[in-house]
Every structure is written in structure tokens, then in C-alpha cells.
Design a protein around this ligand. Structure first.
Ligand code: F0G
Length: 355
């Protein structure tokens, strides 16, 4: 049987690593591509979910982090730093630990999910809770990386993008070619940049015969690409993508335009409805931000903008256990409106189930 060796070993010849690069891996990549039966029916398309919550720390960030940390170690770095809405910090903390490095993370105070916070703490990162949003954190992280001998491992680090592009390789390797459309959430815009790079590289060397249209989706309260300019006060319940000044602006616009794609916005209600749909219909549990791509696909379908019969891949970026409060608040609400769950309390010797 083939044993997955982590994405650097699997795609070594397509990544900027050499024989001397110390590979720091937790077995990331090789995530499931799941046929979404109900989404396929609802869209009259063939829809697949790239389930990135199955990475070691529960999000796609591990793809970039194995590269960034391996290269930082090669350069002799002893400490790394990042700004984060939670997943990057969880990943950086884990990979820095595996590499024997120290890690400092800057997160927006009170605006990161508990699961992510606990990961950074469990892995021993120095946690700086900033009285501001992600964009403020990134500004500070950049300054600290200039002033001190620490490596910045946000997606402005080019090795992050290199690692993340492998998700596009995996999609083509499984499906045999690129899909018609690739949907995903957009926050700081590193991931849409990375997928587009991966698809381009496979098309350039003939591994794929074509490239997909890239469809990115932002939360309506944090949608700078839709507005056409940065947003100073981003707001959304999808804290992972609560970002107003995306760092990878030009490359995300290029991914959108060169692919003939689009970047749209979805409301928090649409995000929560898609989150609920994924868990209650498809059996796939994601964090709210991760449902933005599905929310966007459903909105486009309802608007008559999705031609039937297409092959569509949607990346669901992070695991539902990162931010479980939404599952509890949303249980039973088909339309995504909030409602508390009433637990059924029973005596251990008197359990009956109503018919
Ligand atoms: N989905 C999840 C679960 C995320 O954590 C992020 C970004 C995105 C989507 C958006 O990806 O930034 O490449 O456009 N999270 C970053 C973080 C900002 O700090 O964890 P993007």
C-alpha cells in the first residue's frame, strides 16, 4: 500500500526544496476529495469537497507551514512569528514545535475561535492578543520580523504559497484533470493565489489539459475584493476570514481575472446555512468560514449562474471542531437561523425514545 509521506516528499520536484532542506512534516496533505451527493443534486453539477480539515492541525494552513518552517530551519531560524485569525497560529505553533523553534503569534483579542486558541497554547507559543483586528496584527508582525531575528510565516512568505499550491495538484491527481470551477473562501487571499499557481503549473507542463475558473467568496461584512478597495472595520461571524486589508491583493485579482472567475460576497446567514447544510446533509463538519465557498456556490446556483453538468471542486478549509459553538447554536435550524439546542435529560434506568 502507498503510504503518504507528507506533501514535501510527495511533490518534492515541484517545490523549492533541496537535498539539504530539513523537512519538517506532520504528515500534511493527501486530504480527502469527497463526492458531495446532495450538493451535486442541488446544483445539477458534479460537486466535490476538498476536505482540508483533515490536515494535522485541522486546516489547510499546514500545507504552507511545512514549507515555511522547513525553509526557515534550513536558514537557521530559531523563532517564527505570525499574525492570525487562529488557524495560521495553530499551525505555526505545531510546526515550530516539531522543528524545535520558538513561536510567537499575534491574534485579534476575543475574535478567534477557542479550538484555535487552545492549539497555540498547547504547543507552547507566545500568545499576543492584540486590541485590534487581523490587519493590525499583520502590520505588527511585519514590524517585529524586521526588528528581530524571527521569520515571518504569514502567507506573504512565498514558501507558504508554494506549499499550499499542492492542494490543486492533489485535485488534478485524483480527478484526472482540472475541474470546470474551483470555489473557496477568501480572507487574506493567500489560498486563492496558491490554488491558481498550482493549477497553472500543472497546465503549463501538460499534467492537466485545462485550468478551472476560480470562484472566491468573502463574507459580506469583510469583502474588500467585492467593494474594490480595502475595508477598515471588517465584521463577520466567520472570524477566520474577518480581514479587510488582504495581503495577497494583486495575485488574487489575477487569479480571478486570468481564470475568467469571480470573487463574490455571502452574508453571515448564507454562511451559516451552508455550514448547517454540510453537517446535516453531507456529513462534513467544517468551521463557519470554511462554508463560504459552498454558500457562494449555492447563491450562484439560485441566481441561475451555474450551468448544469459542470465538475466543481469546493475547498472546505478548516475543521468544525475548531469552532463548535455554531453547531450547537444552529442545530435544528434548517435555514441557518440561530436557535439554542434543548438537551433531553434522562435517568439512566429509564431511557425511552419517543416514536
Ligand atoms: N478558511 C479558513 C478556515 C481560514 O483560516 C482562512 C484564513 C481562510 C479560509 C482564508 O484563506 O487567507 O488564504 O484567503 N485564515 C488565516 C489565519 C488568515 O490566520 O488563520 P486566505
Amino acid at each position: 500500500a502507498h503510504v503518504w509521506r507528507g506533501l514535501i516528499e510527495e511533490y518534492r520536484e515541484r517545490l523549492p526544496v533541496g537535498a539539504a532542506t530539513p523537512v519538517v512534516s506532520l504528515g500534511e496533505g493527501g486530504t480527502p476529495l469527497v463526492r458531495a451527493q446532495h450538493l451535486s443534486e442541488r446544483t445539477s453539477c458534479e460537486v466535490w469537497l476538498k476536505v482540508e480539515g483533515c490536515n494535522p492541525t485541522g486546516s489547510f494552513k499546514d500545507r504552507g507551514m511545512t514549507m515555511a518552517i522547513s525553509r526557515a530551519k534550513e536558514e537557521g531560524a530559531q523563532a517564527v512569528i505570525c499574525a492570525s485569525t487562529g488557524n495560521t497560529s495553530a499551525s505555526a505553533a505545531a510546526y515550530a514545535t516539531a522543528a524545535g523553534m520558538r513561536c510567537a503569534v499575534l491574534v485579534p483579542d476575543g475574535k478567534i475561535a477557542l479550538g484555535k486558541l487552545s492549539q497555540a497554547i498547547a504547543h507552547g507559543a507566545t500568545l499576543l492578543q492584540v486590541d485590534g483586528n487581523f490587519d493590525d496584527c499583520l502590520t505588527q508582525a511585519r514590524k517585529l520580523a524586521e526588528a528581530y531575528p524571527v521569520e515571518l510565516v504569514n502567507s506573504v512568505n512565498p514558501f507558504r504559497i508554494e506549499g499550499q499550491k499542492t492542494a490543486a495538484f492533489e485535485v488534478v491527481d485524483v480527478l484526472g484533470d482540472a475541474p470546470d470551477v474551483h470555489c473557496l473562501p477568501v480572507g487574506n487571499a493567500g489560498n486563492i493565489t496558491a490554488y491558481w499557481k498550482g493549477y497553472r503549473e500543472y497546465a503549463e507542463d501538460g499534467t492537466a489539459t485545462r485550468r478551472p475558473r476560480m470562484w472566491g467568496f468573502q463574507a459580506a461584512g469583510a469583502a474588500p475584493f467585492v467593494k474594490g478597495h480595502p475595508v477598515d472595520e471588517p465584521e463577520t461571524i466567520a472570524t477566520a476570514i474577518r480581514i479587510g486589508h488582504p495581503a495577497s491583493w494583486a495575485t488574487a485579482v489575477a487569479a480571478r481575472d486570468d481564470s475568467g472567475g469571480r470573487i463574490g460576497a455571502v452574508t453571515d446567514e448564507q454562511i451559516l446555512a451552508a455550514h448547517r447544510w454540510l453537517s446535516s446533509r453531507e456529513g462534513v463538519f467544517v468551521e463557519p468560514a470554511s462554508a463560504a465557498g459552498v454558500a457562494g456556490l449555492l447563491a450562484a446556483t439560485e441566481a441561475g449562474e451555474v450551468d448544469p453538468g459542470q465538475r466543481i471542486v469546493v475547498t472546505v478549509t478548516g475543521h468544525g471542531l475548531k469552532d463548535p459553538q455554531w453547531a450547537l447554536e444552529l442545530a435544528g435550524a434548517e435555514d441557518g437561523r440561530r436557535r439554542a439546542v434543548e438537551p433531553v435529560r434522562v435517568q439512566p434506568d429509564a431511557v425511552t425514545i419517543a416514536r
